[in-house]
Every structure is written in C-alpha cells, then in structure tokens.
Design a protein. Sequence first.
Length: 130
Amino acid sequence: MSASPYAAFLNLSEEVNADGRKVAVLNPGETCYAREGVMHGGATGALLEYAARLAVLDALRQKGNGEKPPSLATVSMTVDYLRPGPMSPNRALGRIVKLGQRVAHVNVDAWNADPGKLFATGKITIGIQQ
C-alpha cells in the first residue's frame, strides 16, 4: 500500500510475516511522542487503522476484485489501550472478521517485541468503494 502523507509523517510502513500476511510497522519518532518512553495514543490508533487497511486491501486482492484499488474510509474505530505503547518499533496485524461488498469489519492487535504481549487492540469498520 502506498503510504499516505499522514502515514509517512508518522513513519508507518509494512512488512510481511512468516504466514505471508502484511503487518503494519510504526517506528515512532518525535511526531509520536507523548511522554518519556511512551507513544501518543493517536499514533497507536493510526497504527491499528493502517493494519486494518492492509488486511482489507490484501483480502480484496485475494478475491480478485478488479485491477483498480478500491477507495477505503474508516467508518468506525474502537481502541482498547492495554498498556502504554513504547517509543520503539511497534507492529500491528489486522484479521478480517467479515468482508462484504461495501464494508469490512477488522480486529487488530498491536505489540512491541512480543506478539503475545499486546499493548492495544481495536475493532475497525472500513467502508469500501469499488
């Protein structure tokens, strides 16, 4: 996914995990700083949203939904902050709950060094315009 100016501003990128799934990566800099050693909650939300978008685009690509990438818009988003997000590389992975023609429901988990130790989770609804 080509990064939006906002994603580039926050230093969001993507990588592929061992299962072949796209993982959102946030290397927080001063734009994500909240307090000593802690990332701002808005940056955490952006990481979760980016991961949800990656999951939706990947699912649509696998379905073979045309050559033109769809326009995606966040319809709703709920974030559960489980612990402070550290100011070091963080990752998030989205899992499609339901993929419809016009909307996708995605659960997202965010972690730092250990995928088993989450610092945030989210439920995100993405609108799809083909």
